[in-house]
Design a protein. Structure first.
Length: 419
């Protein structure tokens, strides 16, 4: 008796043929852009110690409080499926002594992440991100380069209606006086705030700027802005970042309400949005995190990075699909006899060993069906293997030549050299 159908869990999805090709193209473009700028690939474990995110991302964030997939292993250790990429990269930086390398250490990744949030278009509980991190330099040029690299990737993927929001959160020292000022303001308007915002006035008052609650939004229109309370060093750093973006003609809007959702950010923060995505318009973003490595037990190390959602890029982008890899040789069977199949299979593998892209019928089609399949693939050469001989057909020149099966590969390679 057949069982009921089993479906993928809510908030997850399968990546199928054309989608896989589009993702492969995005990965190739990201690799070209980032490795061309000196970034090296890194992959961190799918799960990490829960403490890594509680300490690094921040216990007051929605990610840690509501969205992490956390479980205990057989030894009673608390583990979490990674919800973001920066904290694991910083953990790896400390664990492997990367501070000894030439700075800045530039790393990039393309990985899956997990958050228990409401599934909607372009936002899933298992999702993929491409990200880049530069550790070891507080130069404003690192910030500008980071932003430009993501801008270039979005442009190459033809993401439409892109806008760049830019701000600075200053250093923790310059934030402390502003934080008290904001807390005083929020308490004075507490009755109009969302319950969640009221609960976080002491822990993380800046997150009030992210609230979608109408009353909170009205209150925040008159709230003091951190950009107006930066110290001279932070203000100068932000001015230099903007100046470098101006030099390369990257348009942006300074948005004093931009705070991002993670506690580790310092100084520069930014976000790319696309109006093509509707209300949930974020495509990617990031910022500077100059204290995070130290929080992980490493030496004082400034850092700058970003992450962009693969699904979001593909939803808002219009990049042309990657052309399928050409098939150079199709091995067809004149009849299904076992001896014929053995000769054809040997020829198939000889061709592949010689670097020729080759296919063979594995579906039991008739010879006519096999030739139709080869034509659909646009194959130039078709080797028709029979009991007594093999015929090599050049579909471009129209020539057919009988030959020994072990001469087919040489003939195909000779034809390629002649082109």
């Amino acid at each position: 008796m057949s069982g009921s159908k089993i479906k993928a869990p809510r908030g997850t999805f399968d990546v199928l043929g054309e989608q896989a090709s589009a993702r492969a193209m995005l990965e190739a473009r990201a690799r070209s852009i980032l490795e061309g700028a000196g970034y090296e690939r890194i992959e961190t474990p799918v799960f990490e110690a829960t403490e890594l995110f509680a300490r690094g991302v921040g216990e007051s964030t929605d990610i840690v409080r509501k969205e992490m997939f956390t479980f205990q292993d057989a030894g009673g250790r608390s583990l979490t499926l990674r919800p973001e990429g920066t904290a694991p990269v910083c953990r790896a930086y400390v664990e492997h002594g990367m501070h000894k390398l030439r700075r800045p250490v530039k790393l990039w990744y393309l990985s899956s992440f997990f958050r228990h949030e409401r599934a909607q278009a372009g936002r899933y509980r298992q999702f993929w991100q491409v990200g880049a991190e530069a550790l070891g330099s507080e130069d404003p040029a690192v910030d500008a380069e980071s932003i430009v690299l993501l801008s270039r990737l979005l442009a190459e993927m033809r993401v439409s209606d892109v806008r760049l929001r830019l701000s600075s959160l200053g250093s923790p020292e310059s934030r402390s006086e502003y934080r008290e000022r904001l807390q005083t303001y929020l308490r004075a308007h507490e009755d109009s705030l969302a319950e969640e915002v009221r609960a976080r006035i002491d822990l993380n008052p800046l997150r009030a700027f992210d609230s979608e609650h109408p009353g909170t939004q009205r209150v925040m229109q008159g709230a003091p802005r951190l950009l107006e309370h930066l110290n001279s060093e932070d203000a100068e750093h932000f001015a230099q970042v903007r100046s470098l973006l101006d030099v390369v003609n990257i348009p942006y809007e300074v948005d004093s309400t931009l705070v991002r959702g993670l506690d580790y950010y310092t100084r520069t923060v930014f976000e790319f949005t696309s109006d093509a995505l509707g209300a949930q318009s974020g495509v990617g973003g990031g910022g500077r995190y100059d204290r995070l490595v130290e929080q992980m037990g490493g030496p004082p190390t400034p850092g700058m990075g970003w992450a962009a959602g693969i699904e979001r890029i593909m939803l808002a982008g219009d990049a042309p699909p990657a052309a399928p890899a050409p098939v150079e040789l199709f091995v067809a069977l004149e009849d299904p006899h076992a001896d014929v199949r053995a000769v054809a299979f040997a020829l198939l593998n000889e061709a592949r060993s010689a670097g020729i892209s080759a296919r063979m019928d594995l579906g039991g089609r008739s010879l006519k069906g096999q030739l139709g399949h080869a034509a659909a693939l646009g194959v130039r050469f078709v080797a028709i293997v029979g009991r007594n001989q093999t015929t090599l057909k050049d579909t471009q020149g129209g020539r057919q030549e009988p030959m020994a099966s072990d001469a087919v590969v040489h003939a195909v390679l000779r034809a390629h050299r002649a082109v």
